[in-house]
Design a protein around this ligand. Structure first.
Ligand code: ZN
Length: 205
């Protein structure tokens, strides 16, 4: 399937909202990354070409297999074609400036290559409401997430997004990052794991 737009949610894990001194949102905070942000997670991440620090956010990603508009729970859940992992790469300093000025986040979140994605795997017997995932940098655990800690679970998040804009087959939903975000440095070795199903490595150059 060709990938399309990426719909992301901000602050979907309370511990991450807290670490950035952000309030817990009353409604999901949505933003988008265009298809030009998508690259394979196994490609080296070229941060040395970017003038300011690039921060990682590991997130569970779901790939949609059909069109959704004002979806109900059954539609949203049956539209999920596969699950994977994504890095929502962020220029955090620029994002903070944009937030302070009340401007959109795209310049900090939607630059080319800012959404490395793993292979997507079938849902099969996976329970999307209890998936464990982990990011290691240089063999040290930096982020450990469990989708049971999400403020808005995946299916409800898709429903919510579909009330604001049509979702299409090939769209990818990024479901928020747990605590532990930080900057990438040249030479870092990255490992991203979802349960015992996905295990991908890359490096920062
Ligand atoms: Zn994110």
């Amino acid at each position: 399937m060709n990938y399309n737009k990426v719909v992301c949610v901000g602050r979907n894990y309370a511990a991450h909202a807290k670490e950035l001194n952000n309030p817990i949102p009353v409604e999901p905070i949505l933003f988008m990354k265009p298809a030009t942000t998508l690259v394979p997670l196994t490609d080296p991440i070229p941060v040395s070409a970017i003038a300011q620090p690039v921060h990682y956010e590991l997130e569970v990603a779901v790939l949609l297999g059909k069109t959704l508009k004002n979806a109900d729970e059954v539609d949203a859940s049956t539209a999920i074609d596969a699950v994977g992992l994504a890095l929502d790469l962020t220029l955090r300093e620029l994002q903070n400036e944009l937030k302070q000025r009340g401007e959109p986040w795209e310049k900090a979140k939607a630059f080319d290559g800012s959404c490395p994605v793993s292979a997507f795997i079938p849902i099969d017997n996976l329970d999307l409401t209890a998936l464990k995932f982990e990011l290691k940098i240089n063999d040290e655990v930096r982020q450990q997430g469990d989708t049971s800690d999400m403020l808005i679970p995946i299916v409800q998040l898709i429903q919510y997004a579909s009330r604001h804009f049509t979702l299409n087959a090939g769209d990818i939903i990024l479901t928020g990052t747990p605590a532990g975000v930080g900057a990438l440095n040249v030479g870092d070795k990255i490992e991203a794991t979802l349960e015992n199903k996905i295990h991908e490595r890359t490096e920062v150059k």
